[in-house]
Ligand binder design. Structure first.
Ligand code: DGL
Length: 287
């Protein structure tokens, strides 16, 4: 069977903010989602390490029929996008790039904020977009690693989380930023909490819909698929992932376990075990 699936990967649940846009735009396309929760978070890890995980996940997804791979993680894109394209010339890779360009175009105050993680902030992709698009704009870059775990545990509304989120937004608001770029795919899941703090002072920029459109553009096969089957894999705990899948996206689908081979260098994944059963054994989404 020719490859006919869209593979999507992230360190955890963040890439689901991209996957839901892909489902909305391309409802008939089968998808494979991989959450590398065994290695979450990617943000503080050295680029070479993240690259080795992402490369093994790409193999895993290609083996299961991925015709396109969406690296739905800014940190993983920063560490590995160029290498992935060189390593798999036959596969189109769609990556995440901080949405600095639309923010720089829209700003009235001349100040934009970028909320992100360390791997993205120090990667070559970010340096390039800053260089290209911010000649006349001041950029406040805020590295906010705790926000990844707040999204991952769906705890944005606790007083402690609100305080941490406010702490990271304050420098941008103090500087007069009127555009805030969500440069981590986990952060769209914190929109309510961020918006409650920011109010109408700044607009949030989420690049996920544009990434879904880019995925449609690079789709290689002539005939679009007509029967959707969406599979979900985690290297972490399938039951926990299923709970988050339901809470964050309203999807109820089986979650499969993928396991990292112990002591394998380069890292490799081995076959999945039993599926974690969803109550209705089928994928339903609310968008
Ligand atoms: N969703 C990933 C990103 O976009 C999260 C980073 C992490 O795992 O630290 O960067």
């Amino acid at each position: 069977m020719p490859p006919d699936k869209i593979g999507v990967l992230d360190s955890g649940v963040g890439g689901l903010s991209v996957l839901r846009e892909i489902h909305a735009l391309l409802p008939d396309y089968p998808t494979l989602y991989f959450a590398d929760q065994a290695h979450l978070p990617y943000g503080p890890r050295p680029p070479a390490e993240v690259r080795s995980y992402v490369s093994a996940i790409a193999d895993f997804l290609i083996d299961r029929g991925a015709a396109v791979i969406v690296v739905a993680c800014n940190a993983a894109s920063a560490a590995s996008l160029y290498d992935l394209r060189a390593q798999y010339p036959g596969i189109p890779f769609v990556g995440m790039e901080p949405a600095v360009k639309p923010a720089a175009t829209a700003t009235q105050s001349g100040v934009i904020g970028v909320l992100t993680t360390q791997a993205t902030a120090s990667g070559p992709l970010y340096a390039r977009v800053l260089e290209q698009h911010t000649k006349h704009v001041r950029v406040i870059t805020q590295v906010a690693p705790e926000l990844v775990m707040i999204a991952e545990t769906n705890s944005q509304h606790t007083p402690e989380s609100r305080e941490i989120i406010a702490h990271h937004l304050q420098p941008m608001l103090d500087a007069g930023a009127d555009q805030i770029v969500l440069a981590c795919t986990h952060f769209p899941f914190l929109t309510e909490a961020i918006q409650a703090i920011v109010g109408d002072r700044a607009q949030l920029i989420n690049p996920s819909p544009a990434v879904a459109r880019q995925t449609a553009r690079v789709w290689p096969s002539g005939t679009p698929p007509t029967m959707s089957e969406n599979r979900y894999f985690t290297s972490g705990n399938p039951a926990q992932f299923l709970t988050m899948l339901r809470n964050l996206t309203g999807v109820n689908a089986p979650v499969e376990q993928a396991t990292w081979q112990a002591d394998s260098m380069p890292p490799s994944l081995f076959k999945t075990s039993e599926r974690q059963n969803a109550s209705h054994h089928q994928s339903t989404h609310d968008n």
